[in-house]
Design a binder for this molecule. Structure first.
Ligand code: ZN
Length: 161
């Protein structure tokens, strides 16, 4: 797969009904770098652009790949497969818009729009709050979690009048 351009003209792509398919490098994603252990490699992006009957510019697709994050139990690096659907709606910079049907709103500037930032946002949203190795595959010694929840322990039957 070829590398995708960092910047695109979404309205033009949608008008032409274009489909983009390619790779985006993690090395260029500065904000994502806080969450991942290595910025080597790429994610695969696929997006079909189209105009709706109402003239809205939209794209449907998917971003997928493998990120290296730190297991929050043993603190060792781990590979985390990520796959996230894309539902994008591109709007003029100043226009008021009511988001609908879980579309992510992407504001178009006068010049080209950064596809890289859109994909970076999607990846950050797709990351779990505390990634961990699967049970049994983690090098941390077994956790001493009781099956009893702290809430259950605290709740004495209330005796009032
Ligand atoms: Zn672990």
């Amino acid at each position: 797969m070829d590398e995708l351009p960092e910047y695109i003209y979404p309205a033009r792509l949608a008008g032409q009904g274009r489909r983009l398919r390619g790779l985006m490098r993690l090395a260029n994603m500065a904000r994502l770098a806080e969450w991942i252990e290595t910025r080597d490699g790429s994610v695969a992006v696929e997006a079909a652009f189209f105009d709706t009957d109402e003239g809205l510019h939209r794209a449907h697709g998917e971003v997928s790949g493998t990120l290296t994050v730190r297991c929050q139990r043993c603190m060792e690096p781990m590979e985390l497969p990520v796959r996230s659907g894309l539902k994008l709606q591109f709007v003029e910079e100043a226009s008021k818009i009511e988001p609908e049907d879980d579309y992510e709103i992407v504001r178009m500037t006068r010049g080209p729009t950064s596809l890289l930032e859109v994909i970076e946002d999607e990846l950050i949203l797709a990351l779990p709050m505390a990634p961990m190795h699967p049970e049994g595959r983690c090098s941390a010694t077994s956790t001493t979690q009781s099956s009893k929840s702290p809430l259950a322990e605290a709740s004495e039957p209330l005796r009032g009048h």
